[in-house]
Design a protein around this ligand. Sequence first.
Ligand SMILES: [Zn+2]
Ligand SMILES: [Zn+2]
Length: 96
Amino acid sequence: MLEIRPNCEHCGKDLPNSSTEAMICSFECTYCKDCALDLLENVCPSCGGNFQPRPIRPKVMLAKYPASEKQVHLPKNKGKIEKMKVRYRLIKPEKR
Ligand SMILES: [Zn+2]
Ligand SMILES: [Zn+2]
């Protein structure tokens, strides 16, 4: 089950469950669309995987399965971002 983290871990932007801007990698590293697609160019700086829009959990399910309220704020340094981009940016996700 996804945690549905409440914010972009790089820039800190709020990304509530209902946000249409939340993007996640397969490990649920969570970024806003601007960070995931523009800054990171669809390369997760932690795992090298790609991002997909995070699904929205239906309201009726939130009572029993609430979204996480635990902020994860781990801004990535430029060097790490660049290193992963150089390695993976031009390789399709399914070939990484
Ligand atoms: Zn962001
Ligand atoms: Zn990742």
